[in-house]
Unconditional design. Structure first.
Length: 407
């Protein structure tokens, strides 16, 4: 059995959360509650304890797009038209709100210390707010977008997510591939092309070893970032999956779809290593991973086996359960760093590689121009400072002459 998972992911529970599409969901930090917002304008808080009811906070006139638990779990923030609303996730909920934007708020998120809140809107701005127990204070605005800001960016990109280490970003959208970037070098390190329709959401496992993606092709996929391959495809939704998130402990994954259904999965992803893993940087030819074959491994899951290679042993099937155990030897001298190498007879993705290289070249050109512009501004600033210093010296000398006239 792989060191990364003790069993296949399994469907643990499901429920109809909303009358329309589930727009967003968020786990509480302790994993005991789940908050969802839907197209029906409702905020709901679900308790995973047995025999406990959910809390419903209606606002039928509101366009509710996003919900987030604060890092301490004591507060919920969600968008309602142009406003941001704070609530305590209890029966006797305490509520306060403030006007955040001039147009519909599409997304929001807390900082790690829960002292700031970032919001994005259709008014083409991203704003940062300082929050306390009883007041919200505007900090600054990030301008520069020329279209609606749905997540971190718009156009073909529907979701951008930070890796737990903070050095990597996963981006996905209507063009289907999922891109993983190293922000320190502005380098594309992994590309997954496993979905057949728009990818609506992505989320990193807290360990940093795994990535989940949701798509309008009705599936949720799990990826192993240390090897750069897809592990599982999760089935259960009958329509497009609009959102998904790992719990803070990483033992559960929730996904919501366009019909208002929410599925709760037990991930069974238990990495043995301590700390947070870094995604492997794959050779360019191996970054473009295409649809891989599937093995039925459970009622709701399909396993993506390793591609054929000299170091791969036969799959071992457990007769007592439907899961599949893949065991393979590791020979660092002979095995490529990425197991998803292209098999013989498979057309090489020349167009994709060319497009990727073009994007990288354009970004490097933009970076060079930006650095050049900063150098010019710095030179002008240094010249102004030098002029001010020289004028100050001249003024001081003149004052000295006036105060001490020659005898």
């Amino acid at each position: 059995m792989s060191k990364f998972y003790s069993a296949d992911p399994s469907l643990e529970n499901y429920f109809i959360a909303h009358a329309g599409s589930v727009n967003s969901l968020s786990f509480s930090p302790n994993g005991k509650q789940l908050a969802t917002v839907g197209k029906d304008g409702l905020l709901k808080v679900w308790n995973f304890k047995p025999h406990t009811r959910s809390y419903t906070y209606p606002d039928p006139k509101a366009n509710v797009n996003c919900v987030r638990f604060s890092p301490n779990g004591l507060l919920l923030a969600y968008s309602a038209n142009c406003d941001v609303i704070f609530r305590t996730p209890t029966v006797k909920s305490v509520c306060r709100s403030f006007r955040a934007h001039q147009a519909t708020v599409q997304c929001l998120d807390f900082s790690l210390n829960a002292e700031s809140l970032a919001t994005s809107s259709n008014d083409k701005t991203v704003k940062v707010w300082r929050i306390s127990d009883d007041v919200e204070q505007f900090a600054y605005s990030l301008k520069g977008h020329h279209n609606w800001v749905r997540w971190v960016s718009h156009s073909a990109v529907l979701c951008v997510e930070f890796h737990p280490q903070g050095f990597y970003v996963a981006a996905c959208g209507v063009d289907k591939p999922v891109h993983l970037w190293d922000l320190r070098m502005l380098r594309l390190i992994q590309v997954y092309n496993e979905h057949t329709d728009a990818v609506t959401a992505a989320d990193f496992h807290p360990s940093g070893f795994f990535l989940s993606t949701c798509s309008m092709d009705n599936t949720v996929k799990l990826y192993d970032l240390t090897t750069g391959r897809v592990l599982y495809t999760l089935h259960g939704h009958s329509t497009g999956v609009t959102c998904g998130q790992f719990s803070k402990q990483g033992d559960h994954l929730c996904s919501g779809d366009m019909k208002g259904k929410v599925l709760l999965w037990r991930t069974n992803l238990v990495p043995n290593e301590t700390g947070v893993a870094s995604p492997a940087e794959l050779p360019l030819a191996d970054r473009l991973c295409f649809n891989t074959p599937l093995i039925k491994s459970g009622a709701w899951t399909e396993l993506h086996p390793l591609p054929s290679s000299p170091t791969k042993l036969n799959a071992v099937h457990d007769e007592q359960s439907p899961r599949v155990d893949l065991t393979y030897a590791v020979n660092e001298k002979s095995q490529s760093r990425c197991p998803c190498v292209h098999r013989s007879g498979t057309p090489q993705p020349t167009d994709e590689i060319r497009e990727t290289l073009t994007d990288i070249t354009q970004q490097l050109t933009l970076l060079t121009e930006t650095v050049s512009l900063l150098e010019k501004r710095l030179s002008r600033a240094e010249k102004r400072i030098q002029d001010v210093v020289e004028r100050g010296k001249s003024s001081a000398a003149l004052q000295n002459v006036k105060s001490n006239p020659p005898a």
